[in-house]
Design a protein around this ligand. Sequence first.
Ligand SMILES: Cc1cc2nc3c(=O)[nH]c(=O)nc-3n(C[C@H](O)[C@H](O)[C@H](O)COP(=O)(O)O)c2cc1C
Length: 161
Amino acid sequence: MAVDLLLSRRSIRVFQDRDVPEDLVRRAVEIARHAPSSRNRQPWRVIAVKDRRILKELAGVTPGARPLASAPLALCVVVRPEVSPTTYLLDGAIFTTYLWLALHALGLGAVWINTLRWPRYSEILTIPPDEVLVAALAVGYPAEHPPPRPRKSVEEILTWL
Ligand SMILES: Cc1cc2nc3c(=O)[nH]c(=O)nc-3n(C[C@H](O)[C@H](O)[C@H](O)COP(=O)(O)O)c2cc1C
């Protein structure tokens, strides 16, 4: 059920030593492209990185990127600001979330790696200056099953007017 899918997603940072089939990646992207975007502009594209040397290099940029060192795959979401000047980051974040959930639905684990503060990621991936790397998902078959992380209560976050 859709609710179970949403509630069972976790950040997975430890992966089995097993490649992710390309057709599964294709399927995940096929699902994620149904994400909504402002004016349906879809300012995104995905760079799938399997090259272990590049993955290791990305993993070394900052401690938060360490899951990429053992992941067999990174899915890097790139947007073009000129396509959606006010909402490219929102559109890219929504797309990344859809992609994460699609991967989970297909039995894969992933964690979002924040790439926004470090231009080095874009250099490694040779992303042109007119594109922004919104996020990288470290992806693989899960080798850990973490419990849910604490969340704020509904009372803390819901107000009615
Ligand atoms: C925008 C964003 C950036 C994140 N950046 C990182 C990161 O750089 N490294 C990392 O290990 N996890 C990162 N995470 C994962 C969060 O730590 C994780 O989603 C949060 O602790 C809740 O845990 P859960 O995903 O298992 O529910 C990021 C998540 C989001 C949404």
